[in-house]
Design a protein around this ligand. Structure first.
Ligand SMILES: Cc1cc2nc3c(=O)[nH]c(=O)nc-3n(C[C@H](O)[C@H](O)[C@H](O)COP(=O)(O)OP(=O)(O)OC[C@H]3O[C@@H](n4cnc5c(N)ncnc54)[C@H](O)[C@@H]3O)c2cc1C
Ligand SMILES: C=Cc1c2[nH]c(c1C)Cc1[nH]c(c(CCC(=O)O)c1C)Cc1[nH]c(c(C)c1CCC(=O)O)Cc1[nH]c(c(C)c1C=C)C2
Length: 450
């Protein structure tokens, strides 16, 4: 039977779903409804006339794992290989990530040397916590906060500093509220199946199989840790949309105000009979993040690496600073040496730091960002260019019990034969890779594997 499918929202998840649907002969028409004037959602790049590129959303994608290979396969199908900017394992941006603790930058421990010695800000070698972890009894809870899980298994110091910061650097969220089961499924599964995170990591686990393209094989052979594109991440949805435009069965509608991938809006268009589903959708929270891109003249950093994260105990509203020009110097303006930084602020602490997002001024956000660059990195010069963006509700938060909410929603959809499939960052992973994979899974759920 021929199907007509509407895809709501042209973020990278919706585009990925369209792409897979468009390969299926049983789908006679695909209607993509995007509320804004462009597709891509949070993949948003500023391209200046002088060649400089600044990311307002994701800036790097990980090539590892099945979902990473799946994305690279798509990049390859789109013919974007020559546009790829890989960062390899031995690059300084892969080796050096910093934490800003008690007013100082500390390199995050990596490699054997980093775990067997006591390295500030830690009070003992990390190897001690790692070895002890294998002896800790399995938890019995169906779900636990990321902070509670890591405190129980690895100790409160790693939970307070490393895990707290990691949750800020991925979810802009609070590790005390986020669910380990939904935010870091491999950690939760490792404890359940092997009794230990360390053993689970050493022994590996299953997961979806994705046959690698030549590009994905190259990424593995050359040990890439992340990649971007010459014209920035936005080039990815642009290429995907261009490819879809060439397919006859795909209809595009920009400025099409129908519904949204934003939970509240999707919930509001569901029929009253679907109220239980609407309520579950509404209960998925999301946070606001201020993204401040800064450009400085010359090389102004006291250290070099990917960037630094700030634990919530140090400064709740300041999440971290990415040193963009280190991994991707190709995005600097042509001719002349510059440093490009991105300061990320707010997240789960937005309101307590800045008040209501509608009343904070761009100048306040810019001042806060440049002050952080001065105090954290000792930079006294002023940026020669800046751009402030406030992304409202941009990162969904998988709070405790998220897995149960998903199960109830999917059960409800299935019990009521609703012609609806959920895909995107609100459900099974927020990374670009996860979202692209969720679009593929949603399409395959409707039409079978392509
Ligand atoms: C600041 C920031 C940094 C990030 N960094 C990284 C990173 O380094 N690496 C990484 O892997 N991931 C990163 N992410 C996460 C990743 O970018 C997102 O999770 C992902 O892009 C979400 O894609 P999506 O398609 O689910 O949703 P969205 O991007 O939100 O797309 C949803 C689309 O639906 C449209 N829409 C909304 N309302 C309507 C309506 N009424 N009608 C029709 N359409 C509507 C929107 O306009 C939008 O185009 C980052 C995210 C942010 C915000
Ligand atoms: C400071 C805030 C944020 C920074 N990046 C993001 C936020 C909220 C968003 C983000 N970063 C990553 C992902 C994808 C995760 C994935 O599974 O691929 C998302 C949604 C990647 C990432 N960035 C950092 C880490 C540890 C990760 C996880 C994957 C990896 O190891 O590469 C660290 C980090 N992020 C930011 C900074 C300043 C930073 C510093 C070291 C910015």
């Amino acid at each position: 039977m021929q199907k007509v499918v509407a895809v709501l929202g042209g973020g990278i998840g919706g585009l990925s779903a369209c792409h897979h649907l468009s390969k299926c002969p049983n789908v006679s028409k695909i209607v993509l409804l995007e509320k804004s004037g462009r597709c891509g959602g949070w993949l948003s790049t500023i391209r200046r006339d002088d060649g400089a590129v600044f990311e307002q959303g994701p800036r790097g994608v990980r090539p590892a794992g099945a979902v990473g290979r799946n994305t690279l396969n798509l990049v390859s199908e789109l013919g974007l290989e020559s546009e790829i900017l890989p960062v390899t394992k031995d690059h300084v941006a892969s080796k050096n990530r910093f934490l800003y603790v008690k007013g100082q930058l500390h390199k995050m421990p990596s490699g054997p040397g980093g775990v067997i010695r006591t390295i500030p800000p830690f009070s003992r070698p990390i190897i001690q916590s790692v070895l002890k972890e294998m002896l800790i009894r399995k938890g019995t809870e169906e779900d636990e906060s990321v902070h509670a899980f890591v405190s129980r298994r690895l100790g409160s110091e790693l939970a307070d500093v490393v895990i707290d910061s990691l949750c800020r650097g991925v979810f802009a969220g609070d590790s005390r509220q986020l669910s380990v089961r939904s935010c870091f499924p491999p950690l939760y599964e490792a404890e359940r199946s092997r009794g230990s995170i360390v053993l689970g990591m050493l022994m590996g686990s299953g997961g979806p199989k994705v046959v690698p393209s030549d590009l994905a094989k190259r990424a593995s052979k050359e040990s890439w840790t992340q990649w971007s594109l010459r014209r920035g991440m936005q080039a990815f949805p642009e290429a995907l949309e261009d490819m879809l435009k060439r397919r006859e069965r795909v209809e595009h509608h920009h400025h099409a105000k129908v519904t949204s991938l934003n939970m509240n809006e999707l919930a509001s268009v569901l029929p009253p009979a679907a109220q239980p589903l609407s309520e579950q959708l509404r209960s998925i929270a999301s946070v606001n993040v201020a993204v401040v891109n800064l450009e400085y003249e010359g090389f102004i950093l006291p250290v070099t690496g990917f960037g630094h994260l700030v634990p919530s105990s140090e400064d709740p509203g300041l999440l971290g600073v990415v040193y963009d020009s280190v991994p991707f110097p190709q995005h600097n303006r042509s001719g002349g040496l510059t440093t490009r930084l991105t300061v990320m602020m707010g997240g789960a602490w937005f309101e307590q730091t800045f008040g209501h997002p509608d009343s904070v001024t761009k100048q306040t956000l810019l001042d806060r960002a440049t002050q952080a660059v001065t105090s954290h990195l000792g930079v006294n010069s002023q940026p020669v260019w800046s751009c402030v963006a406030l992304h409202k509700n941009c990162i969904p938060q998988y709070h405790l019990g998220h897995w149960k909410r998903l199960e109830k929603m999917r059960q409800y959809i299935s019990n009521h034969n609703l012609p609806l499939t959920l895909a995107g960052a609100s459900y099974d992973g927020v990374s670009v890779n996860d979202v692209i994979f969720s679009g593929r899974t949603a399409a395959e759920g409707l039409i079978g594997k392509t």
